[in-house]
Every structure is written in structure tokens, then in C-alpha cells.
Design a protein around this ligand. Structure first.
Ligand SMILES: [Zn+2]
Length: 321
């Protein structure tokens, strides 16, 4: 087992790095209850700075199997003040860029959407030095014209989740922090993804509103018709709180949403089944992987958007990694 020295201010820690599967983790705590941070002041570890090969500039939080495109792959078993991420993070090089990959549902898909350790996942990305996060996901379509296989790069988000912790600033020692979230996705990441996907021949919607529901069930026909009547475009289960947690850490976040079906109740939509979602996703996963590689290559090397200034002038009370 390779090991890497991780410096942490006055102390040093050693994180194990493995190139084999890491033993399964204990079941996650119930997301939505603040037990993961108690007692906050006493247990919060000092920020950890990872150096050298353990750093990355672009993060991908996506479905299992996407890291097949990475070269020089190593796995990093990492811990955060919010527990462990969904899985060990895979570090590697793609298109000359250092990339950190994390399967959001865990390598064996053990986390349903409402149990994903979202705060640990985004915090770990920042620990690794990531500035831009790409979040590929499967979504249902709420509009007849957005058929299966369409790639949507949403510019807006509506939160219909009910149980998820959606902030790092939830009490002492953290201050009360209100970040701007009017535009939840990174404009630079969206522009790069849209351009690359169009050039690659994808059917692309360069904007749209993504409504995020609690899940894990799919919507009723009435819910689906209601979402559609609001003018919203697509429906998913994970972009919230990923997008807001990224913003709270001053990370860029870009969702690449692959339409797998028309939602129930929408024109052209049949009853959604898990099997059908998996079938359509499976048909497109190779192209989506190729697209991700191209998007990674096209991501700006310097961040000129405002995402990295979300905390300007704000006192957070906690030190970010
Ligand atoms: Zn940005």
C-alpha cells in the first residue's frame, strides 16, 4: 500500500493511499441530522493541505465507471470533518489536467440520493485543491422537446428536497453566512460544456431549470405536470445540495444532465422505471465519458468567474481547507 504524507498545520497526518478496493465503510449517519459535527468546536480538525501528486484542479462527481479515462490512477482514502466521502477519491491525469474523481453514490452504489454524504464530498474536493467541479447526472425530462439522449446544461435550480443538510455554516464556530445563489451554476463551466458538447454532435440544451426532488421515488403524474407547468426543464435528485455546497466553498460547479426519459405525466412520457433509466444511461455512458474528457480539456485554466469570490467580505468562522 502506498502512503502519502498529509501536512496539517502544526501536526502531520498520514492518509493511506491504495490502488485496490477499500473495505466497505460503515453505514452513513442520517443526513439531515447535525450529528456529524457534534461537538463542533471540540472535534473539528485543523484544515489539511494536500500537496504535490495528491492535488487536483478539476473534480468530477459522477456515476460509477467514469474514471476509466484517467491515467496514472491512485485512490485516496480521505477523511473530512463531515465524515468520509461517498468513496475513496480517484486521482489521475486526463487531457493533461489533474482530475479528482468521486462516484457520488459510492463505488458499489450503496448511497441513495438522500443519503449521499454531500458535505464530505465537496469538502474533500476543496481539500485536494479542486477549483472546478463537474457533476454529470441522469435526469428526467419535463419538456416534450427534450428527449432521451439530450444533454442539458442547466442554468437554474429549484430545490424540492426536504431532508438534506445544505450548508457548512450551521452554527458555532461557523458564523451565519448567506452566500449569493441567484445563479447556482458556474457560467464559465457551462459555456465550456455547451461548446464542447455541440461540437461533438450532442443534442444540447444550453440552459434550463433543474428541479431537484428528494427521491428516491420518482414523481407522481400530478407532481410531474406541476413541475412542467412551472416552466422547469428537467428533474433530478442530486444537484442540490451539491451546487450550494460547492458555492459555499467557493468552488465552480457545472451540471451535465443526460436526459434518460420523459417524466410521468409529461407529454410523451410513460411511467418511469429504474430499469429504463439505467438502460438509456448505459447506452450513452461511453459518449458521456468521452464528452467529459473533452470538457475537462476545455475547462478554463484560470478562474475568471465569480464563484471563487462567493465568500468575499463574509466572515465564516471556520477555516476552509
Ligand atoms: Zn465558476
Amino acid at each position: 500500500m502506498d502512503r502519502i504524507e498529509v501536512l496539517s498545520g502544526e501536526r502531520s497526518t498520514v492518509l493511506p493511499m491504495t490502488t485496490t478496493a477499500v473495505e466497505s465503510q460503515t453505514p452513513p449517519p442520517v443526513i439531515g441530522e447535525p450529528i456529524v459535527v457534534e461537538p463542533v468546536a471540540a472535534t473539528r480538525p485543523a484544515p489539511i493541505a494536500l500537496a504535490g501528486e495528491a492535488r487536483a484542479e478539476i473534480g468530477v462527481i459522477g456515476g460509477s465507471g467514469f474514471y476509466a479515462f484517467l491515467d496514472d490512477v491512485t485512490e485516496l482514502d480521505i477523511d473530512t470533518p463531515y465524515g468520509k466521502p461517498s468513496d475513496p477519491i480517484v486521482l489521475g491525469t486526463a487531457a493533461g489536467r489533474r482530475v479528482a474523481f468521486l462516484p457520488r453514490h459510492g463505488g458499489d452504489h450503496r448511497f441513495p440520493p438522500h443519503r449521499i454524504p454531500f458535505r464530505a464530498n465537496l469538502w474533500a474536493m476543496r481539500m485536494l485543491g479542486v477549483g472546478q467541479v463537474l457533476g454529470p447526472c441522469a435526469v428526467g425530462s419535463l419538456r416534450a422537446e427534450l428527449g432521451p439522449g439530450t444533454l442539458v446544461i442547466p442554468d437554474q435550480l429549484v430545490d424540492r428536497t426536504v431532508s438534506r443538510v445544505q450548508t457548512y455554516y450551521d452554527g458555532p464556530p461557523a458564523k451565519v453566512v448567506h452566500v449569493s445563489f441567484a445563479d447556482p451554476f458556474c457560467p464559465a463551466g457551462r459555456a465550456a460544456a455547451t461548446q464542447v458538447a455541440s461540437q461533438a454532435g450532442w443534442s444540447v440544451a444550453e440552459d434550463g431549470t433543474l428541479v431537484v426532488v428528494e427521491g428516491p421515488r420518482f414523481s407522481t403524474r400530478s407532481e410531474s405536470r406541476w413541475y412542467s407547468s412551472q416552466g422547469w426543464s428537467i428533474i433530478g435528485m442530486t444537484a442540490h445540495p451539491e451546487a450550494i455546497l460547492a458555492r459555499e466553498l467557493e468552488l465552480c460547479f457545472t451540471t451535465l444532465a443526460l436526459v434518460t426519459d420523459h417524466d410521468a405525466g409529461v407529454e410523451g412520457g410513460e411511467v418511469v422505471s429504474h430499469a429504463e433509466v439505467l438502460r438509456v444511461f448505459g447506452e450513452n455512458v461511453t459518449q458521456l465519458r468521452t464528452l467529459l474528457l473533452d470538457v475537462i480539456a476545455a475547462m478554463p485554466t484560470e478562474r475568471t468567474c465569480d464563484c471563487g469570490r462567493a465568500l468575499d467580505g463574509l466572515e465564516t468562522g471556520i477555516e476552509l481547507p
